[in-house]
Design a protein around this ligand. Sequence first.
Ligand code: AVJ
Length: 320
Amino acid sequence: EGISLSYGFIQLYQQNDDAVRAELREGLLDEHPWISPKYLYDALGSKLFAAICALPEYYPTRTEQGILQENMRAIGKSVGRGVTLIDLGAGDCAKAAKLFPALQPAQYVPVDISVEYLREAVSALQCLHPQIQMNGIGMDFSGSLDLPDEVRREKRLFFYPGSSIGNFTPEQAAAFLGNVRDACGRDGGLLIGVDLIKDPGILEPAYDDAIGLTAAFNLNMLQHLNVLLGADFRPNDWRHRARFHSGHGRIEMHLEARSEVQVRWNGGGRLFHEGQWIHTESSYKYTREAFLAMLERAGFGEVRCWTDPNNWFLVCHARA
Ligand code: AVJ
């Protein structure tokens, strides 16, 4: 007989299906069509993103990992032990798992919109670390950070790595950081990674790689929309685009119609003309100064920062 490990997987749906469909229709029918990047993450999308992180062109994951590894002792000292580690957009939980030896969290709470993918990742990780209480939460945390009662209130450390904060506009990001600050509690904090503004010659290939993984990631959103909306998008009708807009300080990803495309979904549809695009993701890049100012405005106290030798990426620990 083996040892049976049980863990509490909490599944929450903050948005019901009607609200999701309404949001998707609103974006698709807009004069400038858009879809929130959170819909990139169905089960396949989460796998494609994990693969993107291993691409030679996609420097953020590797650079952030280098910063965390180089400074693990200092980060561990700054954060302290026995935290309640709340991992926002946990995905395969690999980044947080690398912090376990230094932080020895009392509880690990991975949160992700991609529920099935998260469930598998957490059950595998729980087997490797039976001493850590793990509670996975499937939820869209972009609107509200209301966590269930199972999540301990003591020493909350929100972990928001990978420059996921870049998916928000700076205004949204400021509001979101304020929510995190409020959810921290007095003895809590935030460990966050943010991508820094750099040469477009480095930025753009990271979002338009040679073997087409990012293109597949972007196009897969259409298949996810087909499921969510009952739509009939054909990925072959669309082309992946990624450009850095220095005025906005952001990478934009689009899906551009290769020809005139008629799309239908339950209760509606739209004709897209050739060359028309759907804006599927913005990925904002910051300067160190702008990002630190935003943390301060969100109400955080003492902040410690670490970066890589090229100054491509920034990791910050901000106390509540
Ligand atoms: C998960 C939002 C940080 O913006 O770099 C990767 C997503 N999009 N390649 C990013 C992404 C295309 C990623 N974030």
